[in-house]
Design a protein around this ligand. Structure first.
Ligand code: C6P
Length: 420
C-alpha cells in the first residue's frame, strides 16, 4: 500500500491569504509579484493598523495632554521600541524615524559628514552601492575635501574583501557599505568589515535596506555606528524608514533639520537642542506611517526572520537553477544558495524593458533598469538589467511560471531578431 503524499506546507502557503493585493489578476493572469526589492506588499494586519490609527487615535505626538494625543504618542513610541527590538538596538532612543533609508543616509552625511570630515580624510564605499549611499557622500567629499575610495568586485561578482583591507588606513574616517546588494544579491560580511574599520578608528554605516526585511539583523553583533532601512520594503507603508545610531555617536552629532520638537529652549537669536531621538525628528513626524511600520515589525516577527530567510533561500536556489536553463541568460552576482532572494540578469540583446513589458502581459511584475546602481552596471558592462526579487509570500510554482514565460519570450525575441 502506498501512503498518499502531501507537499509540505510552506511559509507562503500559510501567509498568502494575508495579502489582499496578491489575489488579483493582471491582464487576465494571476498576479506574480517579483518586484519586492523595489517595495513589498502589505498584509491585512498592516492595512488595518493604518485605518485603526486614523479612525481611533489620530492626533499630533509629544504636544497635547489630551487623550488622543497621549494615545498617538504612546503608539508612536511603542513603534520605536518595536523597531529597536527588531534590530537589537540597546535602547529605543537609538532609533530615529526618517522618511526612508535615503533620508537616513542624508541625515548622517549632513549632520556628521559635513561637520566632521576634513581635507584628506577618506570615505570607503563599494562599487555596488545604491545611489542613496553614493550621492550624499559625493556632496560631502566635494564640500569637505574628503576623498572617496571604492571597494571593487571579485571575479565572482562579490565584494573584494582583500581590496577592502588594502584601502583601510589611518586617514579612513568612514566605511559606508550595503549589507545585501539590490543588484548582485550578495550578502556582505558587514560584522567583519566593521571590526576591521574600527581597528583604524573609522565609523561604519550599514545600508540594510535589502537585509532587514529578509533576515535577522543585529546592530550590536555587527557593531556598526549607524544602520539604515526603509519600512516600505518590509511590509510597512511608504513614508517611514529608520536610522539606528549608537547613542554616544548620535549624541555627539548636531541636528540635521531645525524646527519644532527638536529643541530644548528657543530664544530669538539661538536655541538649545533636545536629547536623542527627538533632536533628529524636527516637525510633525510621519506618525501614522511609523505606527504602521510597528505593525509590520509585529507581523514579520510573528513569522520569524530566520524562517523568512531560510524559505527565501530555498526559493532563490530554485530561481537561480531554473534561470540557468534559459538560453542566452547572464545571471549577476554569486551563485545560490549563498545569496539573497533576488536575481538580476540580462538575456542576450533583449532590452530589459521589452522583457518586462512581455512579462507584464502574463501578469508578472519584475523590475527593469539600472536599479539605482548605475556605476555598478557600467562595471558589469551593461546599462540595464532585468531583476526578479522575491519575498516570503512567493512560491516555487510562481518561479516555474515565470521561467515558462521567459522561455516563451526568448522564442518570441529570437523570431523578432531573425526577421531583422
Ligand atoms: N532600492 C530597488 O528597486 P529608499 O528609496 O530610500 O526607500 O531606498 C533606497 C535604497 C537604498 N539602498 C538599497 C540597497 C536599496 O535597494 C534601496 C532601494 C529599490 O532596488 C528602489 S531603487
Amino acid at each position: 500500500m502506498t501512503l498518499p503524499t502531501t507537499a509540505p506546507v510552506t511559509l507562503a502557503d500559510r501567509v498568502r491569504a494575508d495579502f489582499p493585493i496578491l489575489a488579483q489578476s493582471i491582464h487576465g493572469q494571476p498576479l506574480i509579484y517579483f518586484d519586492n526589492a523595489a517595495t513589498s506588499q502589505k498584509p491585512r494586519a498592516v492595512l488595518d493598523a493604518l485605518t485603526a490609527y486614523y479612525e481611533q487615535d489620530n492626533a499630533n505626538v509629544h504636544r497635547g495632554v489630551h487623550t488622543l494625543s497621549a494615545r498617538a504618542t504612546d503608539a508612536y513610541e511603542a513603534a520605536r521600541q518595536k523597531v529597536a527590538r527588531l534590530v537589537n538596538a540597546g535602547r529605543p532612543a537609538e532609533i530615529i524615524f526618517t522618511r526612508n533609508a535615503t533620508e537616513a543616509i542624508n541625515l548622517v552625511a549632513y549632520a556628521w559628514g559635513l561637520t566632521t570630515l576634513q581635507p584628506g580624510d577618506e570615505i570607503i564605499l563599494s562599487v555596488m552601492e545604491h545611489h542613496s549611499n553614493l550621492v550624499p557622500w559625493q556632496w560631502v567629499a566635494q564640500r569637505t575635501g574628503a576623498r572617496l575610495r571604492f571597494i571593487q568586485l571579485t571575479p565572482e561578482e562579490t565584494l573584494d574583501l582583500d581590496h577592502y583591507r588594502s584601502l583601510l588606513n589611518d586617514r579612513t574616517r568612514l566605511v559606508s557599505v550595503v549589507q545585501v546588494s539590490n543588484t548582485l544579491g550578495c550578502i556582505n560580511p558587514v560584522a567583519e568589515m566593521a571590526a576591521l574599520a574600527h581597528t583604524w578608528g573609522a565609523k561604519v554605516l550599514i545600508d540594510a535596506c535589502q537585509s532587514v526585511p529578509h533576515m535577522t539583523v543585529n546592530v550590536q553583533a555587527i557593531d556598526c555606528d549607524w544602520l539604515v532601512a526603509s519600512g516600505h520594503k518590509m511590509c510597512g507603508p511608504t513614508g517611514a524608514g529608520f536610522l539606528y545610531g549608537k547613542a554616544e555617536v548620535l549624541r555627539a552629532m548636531p541636528p540635521f533639520l531645525g524646527g519644532g520638537e527638536m529643541i530644548a529652549d528657543v530664544y530669538l537669536e539661538s536655541s538649545t537642542y533636545a536629547n536623542i531621538p527627538q533632536r533628529f525628528e524636527a516637525g510633525t513626524p510621519a506618525i501614522a506611517e511609523a505606527i504602521t511600520l510597528g505593525a509590520a515589525v509585529d507581523y514579520l516577527q510573528s513569522l520569524g526572520l530566520d524562517a523568512i530567510h531560510a524559505y527565501e533561500e530555498t526559493l532563490v536556489t530554485h530561481l537561480w537553477k531554473r534561470l540557468g536553463e534559459v538560453p542566452g541568460i547572464r545571471r549577476l552576482g554569486p551563485a545560490a544558495p549563498h545569496r539573497a532572494g533576488l536575481v538580476a540578469f540580462t538575456l542576450g540583446d533583449v532590452h530589459p524593458h521589452d522583457l518586462s513589458t512581455l512579462l507584464d502581459e502574463a501578469g508578472i511584475a519584475i523590475r527593469a533598469g539600472h536599479h539605482c546602481t548605475q556605476p555598478l552596471h557600467r562595471i558589469l558592462g551593461t546599462q540595464s538589467t532585468a531583476r526578479a526579487s522575491l519575498y516570503f509570500y512567493n512560491t516555487v510554482v510562481e518561479i516555474d511560471r515565470f521561467i515558462e514565460v521567459l522561455q516563451e519570450s526568448v522564442a518570441f525575441f529570437s523570431g523578432v531578431f531573425e526577421e531583422g
